[in-house]
Design a protein around this ligand. Sequence first.
Ligand code: NAP
Length: 303
Amino acid sequence: MTAPYELEGKVAVVTGATGGMGQVIALELARAGALVIAIARNPRTADTLASQIRGEEGPGGFEVVVGDLSRRDGIIGASRAILAQHTSIQLLVNNAGAHFRDRRVSPDGLEMHVAVDYLAAYGLTTLLLPALRRGRARVVNVASDSLRDTRRVKLSGKPRPATLDNSDLGDLTRLNPAAGFVPFEAYARAKLLTVMAGYDLARTVASDGVTLNALHPGIVATEIINDLIPAVLRPVGGLIRRSMLTPAQGAAATLHLATTAGLKGVTGRYFVHGAETRTPPISYDLIAQAGLRDASDRFLAGD
Ligand SMILES: NC(=O)c1ccc[n+]([C@@H]2O[C@H](COP(=O)([O-])OP(=O)(O)OC[C@H]3O[C@@H](n4cnc5c(N)ncnc54)[C@H](OP(=O)(O)O)[C@@H]3O)[C@@H](O)[C@H]2O)c1
């Protein structure tokens, strides 16, 4: 694949770069000349990624910062390590994500989808803000359209959007409780939180020239999908995967949002297949957004 984008001299932070789409995103940004900083939780897979990218990258180079983004100290540590080396960042791609078949709780007491699919992106964005402001950065959050429809098999019936109880937003540890836990709904709820917090953040940073958008990359044959294929369909899993987008096709949607010149200044939006799309009403509720922001900031501060 040849590099379609001109990114020489730019610093791009990418999460989830050891996975299906993230690997392509990191490689393409590096080929296009950006200095790519990948945040990875596993030094071994990060080394493999580094050896794949080195030699293919443009003049910017490639760096790895180790950090488990399901942990508050992982988010804070990775942000500090980046800020210690870079005062200005032009691109942040919050692509890391995970789906868990059972309810798990992070060492800090958050349900794991809330930790990985929401707080990682929110935390990195807010903690890196000084450098993002200096770089008049683009921030791209990779969400999932499960937030608009949590049905895994969509043969009939109406879309069932992710739900969010306003009264839970004041305390992140109350989100995705054990009672009534459904893994895919918990994943979708965390992505809804990401989009919702993104609308709020986008307004906060607009006057600094920082833009923030989110997207659904499509249904893509990556590792995460193994978990998401319903048990009844697993015998034909290979066939299903072949009908999905490739990681390169999924990554193209994120790269488009991250680098297309025509999208300069576009902010606070959610895109599906390249088109701006509305999300569930609660995501636009300013009071709910403020509650989520306060709870997230308090959590990151360890209060
Ligand atoms: N595939 C789809 O159909 C689809 C659809 C909608 C949205 N998405 C979203 O697209 C994004 C990319 O997913 P993918 O499909 O490329 O999945 P993937 O191949 O499973 O990649 C996920 C990436 O996230 C990283 N990650 C997971 N937990 C982490 C943690 N605690 N700390 C740091 N990094 C962590 C993984 O790192 P390790 O290598 O260490 O595991 C991996 O690099 C995700 O946000 C996902 O929710 C995917």
